[in-house]
Design a binder for this molecule. Structure first.
Ligand code: 13P
Ligand code: SF4
Length: 312
């Protein structure tokens, strides 16, 4: 049951959206209220594709900084707002541009494939971007003898190496939410729930992915639970995803993998910085706005567009 205060906040957001011809794009790790008020909820690829197609004047990006940045790069002429400008990403932060520039210089004959969870500066140094839903396809679009640097996620990169039999050079980055999911916790949950399917995001460590029955992007994980005949799932990713899983399969059971003995709260602290109040304030004030220089947008756009073309 929603309180009157919550209902009035929802009404005011909807009113502002109409008045300003704004669209709200939200990632699956946002709170249930934000997902429910969004015009589109998706994974990183779906959100980028949607950002490219929107006819709205204003894009409110309920996600983290690199996602809003991607939307801005794809829409240089539109206003892109983010409810909290400090909503960053530990994985993007694990790849500082200056260090990456030196790293890249050591491999002059390599192409650079970067996971979308990186800053615009890293995108500028990349040949093509990928997301968790198209990473294998993007890597496989290169000849087998092509030398590749994959950045910044070592877990996703290691997973692609295992699936494709390649030996891409990996940047040593990781996500603080997925990388801490422990094998012991997963093994115990599997033993206690032998009928449940383990589904995992590829940002998890290899030891978790080896135990998984299915690995995929957030959208792929949700679709798997919808299509599967199974009714119980152990979920190794961020808790926000449970909202859509429960909504689309209300009779199925979802068990989130705990991060430690006391808590089942794999919350991404950055994703959860966005609140309904901040969403309302940013639509009302048209602030904070994501600003990037023309040069950054122009250079970072090329590898993103290449990804979108390869994903068609
Ligand atoms: P998806 O593209 O699978 O939604 O992943 C985004 C993300 O940040 C996972 O941590
Ligand atoms: Fe970044 Fe990890 Fe949060 Fe995804 S879950 S936004 S990779 S910190």
């Amino acid at each position: 049951m929603k309180t009157r205060l919550q209902e009035s906040l929802i009404e005011r957001i909807q009113q502002l959206k109409k008045e300003k011809n704004a669209v709200i794009l939200a990632h699956y790790y946002q709170t249930p209220e934000i997902q429910d008020i969004a015009d589109f909820v998706g994974d990183s690829l779906g959100l980028s594709q949607n950002a490219l197609q929107t006819s709205a004047d204003i894009i409110v990006f309920a996600g983290v900084h690199f996602m809003a940045e991607t939307a801005k790069i794809l829409n240089p002429g539109k206003k892109v707002l983010i409810p909290d400008l400090d909503a960053g990403c530990s994985l993007a932060d694990s790849c500082p541009p200056d260090e990456f520039r030196k790293f890249k210089a050591k491999y002059p004959d390599h192409v650079v494939i970067s996971y979308i969870n990186c800053s615009a500066e890293i995108k500028m140094m990349s040949d093509v971007i990928c997301t968790s839903s198209n990473a294998v396809k993007i890597v496989e679009s290169f000849p087998r003898d092509q030398k590749i640097i994959f950045a910044p996620d070592k877990n996703l990169g290691g997973y692609i190496n295992a699936v494709t039999g390649r030996s891409m050079v990996l940047w040593n980055g990781s996500c603080e939410v997925h990388d801490v999911i422990k094998a012991e916790a997963v093994v115990k949950l599997k033993a206690d729930n032998p009928d449940a399917r383990l589904i995992a995001h590829p940002e998890c460590k290899a030891v978790i992915l080896e135990l998984a029955d299915y690995i995929g992007s957030t959208t792929a994980l949700i679709n798997y639970t919808i299509k599967s005949k199974e009714t119980r799932f152990i979920v190794a990713t961020e808790t926000g995803i449970l909202h859509q899983m429960k909504k689309s399969s209300p009779k199925k059971e979802f068990i989130i993998v705990p991060t430690d003995e006391t808590c089942s709260c794999n919350d991404c602290p950055y994703m959860k910085m966005n609140t309904m109040e901040k969403l309302h304030a940013c639509l009302h004030n048209e602030q904070p706005e994501l600003i990037l220089s023309e040069n950054v947008m122009q250079q970072a756009r090329k590898p993103i567009m290449r990804m979108l073309e390869l994903s068609e």
